[in-house]
Design a protein around this ligand. Structure first.
Ligand code: CA
Length: 225
Protein backbone atom coordinates (compact mmCIF):
# COMPACT_ATOMS: atom_id res chain seq x y z
CA UNK A 1 0.00 0.00 0.00
CA UNK A 2 1.11 3.52 -0.77
CA UNK A 3 0.36 6.02 1.98
CA UNK A 4 0.55 9.80 1.83
CA UNK A 5 1.37 11.08 5.30
CA UNK A 6 0.54 14.71 6.02
CA UNK A 7 2.13 15.67 9.33
CA UNK A 8 4.09 18.74 10.32
CA UNK A 9 5.52 17.36 13.56
CA UNK A 10 8.82 15.72 12.54
CA UNK A 11 8.94 13.31 15.48
CA UNK A 12 5.38 12.05 14.94
CA UNK A 13 6.10 11.75 11.21
CA UNK A 14 9.30 9.80 11.82
CA UNK A 15 7.64 7.25 14.06
CA UNK A 16 4.64 6.82 11.76
CA UNK A 17 6.93 6.37 8.73
CA UNK A 18 8.97 3.84 10.65
CA UNK A 19 5.91 1.88 11.77
CA UNK A 20 4.25 1.83 8.37
CA UNK A 21 7.42 0.82 6.57
CA UNK A 22 7.78 -2.04 9.02
CA UNK A 23 4.30 -3.08 7.93
CA UNK A 24 5.55 -3.10 4.29
CA UNK A 25 3.78 0.11 3.33
CA UNK A 26 5.32 2.77 1.12
CA UNK A 27 5.12 6.21 2.71
CA UNK A 28 5.41 9.61 1.08
CA UNK A 29 5.57 12.43 3.59
CA UNK A 30 4.58 16.09 3.32
CA UNK A 31 4.35 18.65 6.13
CA UNK A 32 1.73 21.13 4.93
CA UNK A 33 -1.72 21.31 3.40
CA UNK A 34 -0.73 22.76 0.04
CA UNK A 35 1.68 19.90 -0.73
CA UNK A 36 -0.88 17.42 0.59
CA UNK A 37 -3.50 18.56 -1.92
CA UNK A 38 -1.14 18.61 -4.87
CA UNK A 39 0.39 15.18 -4.09
CA UNK A 40 -2.99 13.63 -3.31
CA UNK A 41 -4.06 14.52 -6.83
CA UNK A 42 -0.82 13.86 -8.68
CA UNK A 43 0.32 10.62 -6.99
CA UNK A 44 -3.07 9.05 -6.26
CA UNK A 45 -2.00 7.17 -3.10
CA UNK A 46 -3.98 4.25 -1.67
CA UNK A 47 -4.70 6.17 1.52
CA UNK A 48 -3.99 9.53 3.15
CA UNK A 49 -3.12 10.04 6.82
CA UNK A 50 -3.97 13.64 7.52
CA UNK A 51 -2.94 15.61 10.58
CA UNK A 52 -5.55 18.27 11.33
CA UNK A 53 -3.25 20.90 12.79
CA UNK A 54 -1.11 22.00 9.83
CA UNK A 55 0.97 25.18 9.56
CA UNK A 56 -0.60 26.61 6.41
CA UNK A 57 -4.17 25.29 6.30
CA UNK A 58 -6.79 23.69 8.48
CA UNK A 59 -6.71 19.93 7.96
CA UNK A 60 -10.49 19.92 7.57
CA UNK A 61 -10.18 22.20 4.55
CA UNK A 62 -7.44 20.00 3.13
CA UNK A 63 -9.76 17.03 3.49
CA UNK A 64 -12.69 18.84 1.85
CA UNK A 65 -10.53 20.04 -1.03
CA UNK A 66 -9.21 16.55 -1.74
CA UNK A 67 -12.77 15.20 -1.57
CA UNK A 68 -13.89 17.55 -4.33
CA UNK A 69 -11.92 15.54 -6.85
CA UNK A 70 -11.01 12.24 -5.23
CA UNK A 71 -12.37 9.36 -3.19
CA UNK A 72 -8.97 8.31 -1.81
CA UNK A 73 -9.53 6.98 1.73
CA UNK A 74 -8.51 9.52 4.38
CA UNK A 75 -7.80 8.87 8.05
CA UNK A 76 -7.44 12.07 10.06
CA UNK A 77 -5.01 12.30 12.95
CA UNK A 78 -6.05 14.72 15.62
CA UNK A 79 -4.59 15.94 18.86
CA UNK A 80 -6.81 15.50 21.90
CA UNK A 81 -7.10 19.27 22.31
CA UNK A 82 -8.77 19.59 18.92
CA UNK A 83 -11.82 17.82 20.30
CA UNK A 84 -12.83 16.37 17.04
CA UNK A 85 -15.22 13.48 17.04
CA UNK A 86 -15.99 10.78 14.57
CA UNK A 87 -19.19 12.39 13.34
CA UNK A 88 -17.44 15.65 12.50
CA UNK A 89 -14.59 13.80 10.79
CA UNK A 90 -17.01 11.88 8.62
CA UNK A 91 -18.88 15.09 7.86
CA UNK A 92 -15.89 16.74 6.25
CA UNK A 93 -15.13 13.68 4.21
CA UNK A 94 -12.74 11.57 6.29
CA UNK A 95 -13.20 7.80 6.42
CA UNK A 96 -11.90 7.37 9.94
CA UNK A 97 -10.02 9.28 12.61
CA UNK A 98 -7.45 8.60 15.29
CA UNK A 99 -6.59 10.62 18.33
CA UNK A 100 -2.93 11.17 19.20
CA UNK A 101 -1.06 9.53 20.74
CA UNK A 102 -1.93 6.27 19.04
CA UNK A 103 -0.18 2.94 18.83
CA UNK A 104 1.30 1.79 15.54
CA UNK A 105 -0.47 -1.58 15.71
CA UNK A 106 -3.81 0.12 15.88
CA UNK A 107 -2.93 2.60 13.12
CA UNK A 108 -1.84 -0.21 10.77
CA UNK A 109 -5.04 -2.13 11.53
CA UNK A 110 -7.21 0.92 10.80
CA UNK A 111 -5.36 1.63 7.56
CA UNK A 112 -5.92 -1.94 6.40
CA UNK A 113 -9.60 -1.84 7.36
CA UNK A 114 -10.26 1.46 5.59
CA UNK A 115 -8.25 0.30 2.56
CA UNK A 116 -10.30 -2.90 2.34
CA UNK A 117 -13.58 -1.03 2.48
CA UNK A 118 -12.40 1.34 -0.26
CA UNK A 119 -11.34 -1.57 -2.47
CA UNK A 120 -14.70 -3.22 -2.12
CA UNK A 121 -16.64 -0.15 -3.17
CA UNK A 122 -14.19 0.65 -5.98
CA UNK A 123 -14.22 -2.75 -7.64
CA UNK A 124 -17.71 -2.06 -8.93
CA UNK A 125 -16.55 0.83 -11.10
CA UNK A 126 -13.91 0.72 -13.83
CA UNK A 127 -10.94 2.73 -12.63
CA UNK A 128 -10.12 5.61 -14.96
CA UNK A 129 -6.56 5.65 -13.70
CA UNK A 130 -4.41 2.54 -13.62
CA UNK A 131 -1.64 2.55 -11.03
CA UNK A 132 1.37 0.27 -11.43
CA UNK A 133 3.82 0.98 -8.62
CA UNK A 134 5.01 4.59 -9.11
CA UNK A 135 3.49 4.69 -12.60
CA UNK A 136 -0.03 5.91 -13.21
CA UNK A 137 -1.81 5.82 -16.55
CA UNK A 138 -5.00 7.73 -17.22
CA UNK A 139 -6.51 6.32 -20.39
CA UNK A 140 -9.22 8.94 -20.52
CA UNK A 141 -6.88 11.95 -20.55
CA UNK A 142 -3.83 10.05 -21.88
CA UNK A 143 -1.86 11.40 -18.95
CA UNK A 144 1.09 9.42 -17.59
CA UNK A 145 2.77 10.13 -14.26
CA UNK A 146 5.81 8.66 -12.58
CA UNK A 147 6.10 9.46 -8.89
CA UNK A 148 3.62 12.23 -9.48
CA UNK A 149 5.61 13.82 -12.31
CA UNK A 150 4.08 14.19 -15.75
CA UNK A 151 5.74 12.21 -18.51
CA UNK A 152 5.14 13.51 -22.02
CA UNK A 153 4.61 10.74 -24.53
CA UNK A 154 3.81 10.80 -28.22
CA UNK A 155 0.42 9.23 -29.05
CA UNK A 156 2.07 6.00 -30.24
CA UNK A 157 4.31 5.81 -27.18
CA UNK A 158 1.19 6.21 -25.06
CA UNK A 159 -0.65 3.51 -27.00
CA UNK A 160 2.31 1.16 -26.62
CA UNK A 161 2.55 1.76 -22.88
CA UNK A 162 -1.23 1.44 -22.42
CA UNK A 163 -1.17 -1.80 -24.39
CA UNK A 164 1.61 -3.35 -22.28
CA UNK A 165 -0.21 -2.13 -19.16
CA UNK A 166 -3.37 -4.05 -20.01
CA UNK A 167 -1.60 -7.02 -18.43
CA UNK A 168 1.48 -5.97 -16.43
CA UNK A 169 4.08 -8.73 -16.26
CA UNK A 170 2.67 -10.63 -19.24
CA UNK A 171 4.84 -10.98 -22.35
CA UNK A 172 3.52 -9.38 -25.54
CA UNK A 173 4.88 -10.64 -28.85
CA UNK A 174 6.42 -8.07 -31.19
CA UNK A 175 4.09 -8.99 -34.03
CA UNK A 176 1.04 -8.75 -31.81
CA UNK A 177 2.16 -5.35 -30.56
CA UNK A 178 2.56 -4.28 -34.20
CA UNK A 179 -0.96 -5.29 -35.08
CA UNK A 180 -2.56 -3.96 -31.86
CA UNK A 181 -0.76 -0.64 -31.54
CA UNK A 182 0.05 0.16 -35.17
CA UNK A 183 -3.03 -1.53 -36.50
CA UNK A 184 -1.12 -3.32 -39.17
CA UNK A 185 -0.58 -6.96 -39.97
CA UNK A 186 2.63 -6.13 -41.74
CA UNK A 187 4.97 -8.74 -40.36
CA UNK A 188 8.12 -7.26 -41.77
CA UNK A 189 10.66 -5.55 -39.61
CA UNK A 190 9.52 -4.75 -36.11
CA UNK A 191 12.15 -2.05 -35.70
CA UNK A 192 9.35 0.44 -35.11
CA UNK A 193 8.38 -1.41 -31.95
CA UNK A 194 11.99 -1.49 -30.77
CA UNK A 195 12.46 2.20 -31.45
CA UNK A 196 9.33 3.10 -29.49
CA UNK A 197 10.30 0.80 -26.65
CA UNK A 198 13.68 2.53 -26.46
CA UNK A 199 12.04 5.97 -26.41
CA UNK A 200 9.54 4.90 -23.76
CA UNK A 201 12.23 3.46 -21.53
CA UNK A 202 14.12 6.72 -21.72
CA UNK A 203 11.06 8.78 -20.81
CA UNK A 204 10.07 6.45 -17.99
CA UNK A 205 13.55 7.03 -16.57
CA UNK A 206 14.44 3.39 -16.08
CA UNK A 207 15.26 0.69 -18.65
CA UNK A 208 13.71 -1.94 -16.44
CA UNK A 209 10.15 -0.71 -16.94
CA UNK A 210 10.03 -2.56 -20.22
CA UNK A 211 11.77 -5.87 -20.17
CA UNK A 212 12.81 -7.53 -23.41
CA UNK A 213 12.07 -11.23 -23.46
CA UNK A 214 14.57 -12.71 -25.88
CA UNK A 215 13.07 -14.01 -29.07
CA UNK A 216 9.54 -13.23 -27.94
CA UNK A 217 8.74 -9.64 -27.16
CA UNK A 218 8.31 -7.27 -24.26
CA UNK A 219 6.66 -7.00 -20.92
CA UNK A 220 5.96 -4.23 -18.46
CA UNK A 221 7.45 -4.66 -15.01
CA UNK A 222 8.08 -2.43 -12.02
CA UNK A 223 11.81 -1.65 -11.60
CA UNK A 224 13.35 -2.70 -8.30
CA UNK A 225 14.70 0.71 -7.41
CA1 CA B 1 0.26 19.20 13.62
Amino acid sequence: MEILLVEDDPSVAASVIDGLENASMVVRHVANGKDAISLAISTNPDLILLDLGLPDMDGQDVCRTIRETSSIPIIVLSARSEEIDRVLALEFGADDYMVKPFGMRELVARIRAVGRRANQSESAATPAIQVIGPLSIDRRTQRVLINGEDIYLTPKEFDLLAHLATDPGAVFRRNDIMSEVWDTNWYGTTKTVDAHVAALRKKLGNQDWIEAVRGVGFRLSIPDS
